[in-house]
Design a protein around this ligand. Structure first.
Ligand code: MN
Length: 355
């Protein structure tokens, strides 16, 4: 699905006459078509999608609202851009200052013979508010991840390695329709669960372990993100207390989520629960982040976020308690922010599961 019309409206409102999209995900956002290379040039009333022979046939079929132009060794992307800018009388061009290297910024400004205006914020801001199609894509990705999770719950047993569990989650997501992974799957067990972003190892699951799985996949380029911590065989009283505290914090964060809340206030709603229970020092990361074409987008639900969450954002709510050398727990859902609250895109149960 293309967002070219939305971008055209935004550049008009900014008083810009043209925007050159360089960033791969922004090009996908605009055109609905993923390419590893190429350019999208958006004017107020027309748009161009420049690509090479690897993509041209599919692009001509799939790209709407933009003229598809083939670049070749004889007719290079820079030459095409230069010609289009000159034909349309563009002297100031919105450029992606946040994606281009400094040298590329200077080189292209010189080559195109226009003045660059920093314009990364245009797509960044638009991408924060998801259209129905975007939320549906993320929901589909989430359902696939949940199917994989269900399957893996039926397999977890002492002796399996963290790597095997992670590989199985990835295999099941792919088998159930994922386009790709949203990020490297995390599966940590036992003492490793105190590492929020630990890397799966060949260490084996044991009875009495917590197992934390953080994983997601992509549909139409849009990511899903979920985390569950489950126990194998039995839990100690302390493990149970920590789990219940994280769950209570997760529900408090979810309850606080609504359009207009400042990111740090949503974080605080959950953090207060953990602090009151005496585990404040063991919750070192922010409560959540936005998700979209990128797994970590803004705005965040973190102590440093001063911006309000807009209606239409999809934000994770993922508190955790991590006690070094002992164990950790994290529970993560994806919330679609609405005017009066949020819609939880995650349907997997989050009561403590002891397998
Ligand atoms: Mn996350």
């Amino acid at each position: 699905m293309a967002n070219i019309k939305k971008i055209q409206q935004a550049i008009s409102e900014e008083g810009l006459s043209a925007l050159w999209l360089y960033d791969e995900l922004d090009r996908l956002y605009a055109s609905g078509f993923l390419t590893s290379d190429g350019a999208v040039l958006i004017l107020r009333n027309k748009a161009y999608f420049i690509t090479d022979s690897r993509y041209i046939e599919a692009a001509e079929e799939q790209v709407k609202d933009a003229e598809v132009i083939l670049c070749t060794n004889e007719n290079r992307e820079t030459d095409i851009l230069k010609r289009l800018l000159s034909e349309n009388g563009i002297s100031e061009l919105g450029a992606q200052d946040g994606s281009l290297s400094y040298s590329e910024y200077l080189r292209m400004q010189e080559a195109l013979g226009v003045k660059f205006v920093p314009a990364q914020h245009i797509t960044k801001t638009l991408r924060e508010v998801k259209e129905r199609f975007e939320v549906e894509s993320m929901t589909t990705a989430q359902r696939i991840a949940e199917k994989a999770f269900d399957h893996v719950l039926g397999m977890l047993s002492p002796g399996m390695t963290e790597k095997e569990v992670a590989a199985e989650l990835e295999y099941q997501m792919t088998k159930n329709g994922a386009e790709g992974l949203a990020f490297e799957t995390i599966c940590v067990a036992g003492a490793n669960t105190s590492r929020p972003h630990g890397v799966p190892t060949f260490s084996k699951l044991k009875t009495g372990d917590f197992i934390t799985m953080d994983f997601g996949c992509k549909i139409n380029g849009y990511c899903s993100d979920m985390t569950r911590t489950v126990a194998l065989g039995s839990v100690s009283d302390e493990m149970c207390r920590v789990y219940e505290t994280v769950l209570e914090a997760q529900l408090a964060g979810e309850k606080a989520a609504r359009a207009g809340i400042i990111g740090r206030d949503m974080d605080k709603a959950a953090r207060d629960v953990i602090e009151r229970a005496g585990y404040g020092e063991y919750f070192g990361h922010g409560l959540g982040h936005s998700v979209g074409l990128l797994i970590h987008e803004g705005p965040n639900a973190s102590p440093r976020e001063n911006r309000p969450l807009p209606a239409g954002a999809v934000v994770t709510c993922e508190p955790g308690i991590y006690m070094p050398g002992k164990f950790g727990v994290r529970i993560e859902d994806m919330l679609h922010i609405t005017e009066n609250g949020s819609e939880n895109l995650t349907k997997a149960p989050k009561n403590l599961i002891i397998l």
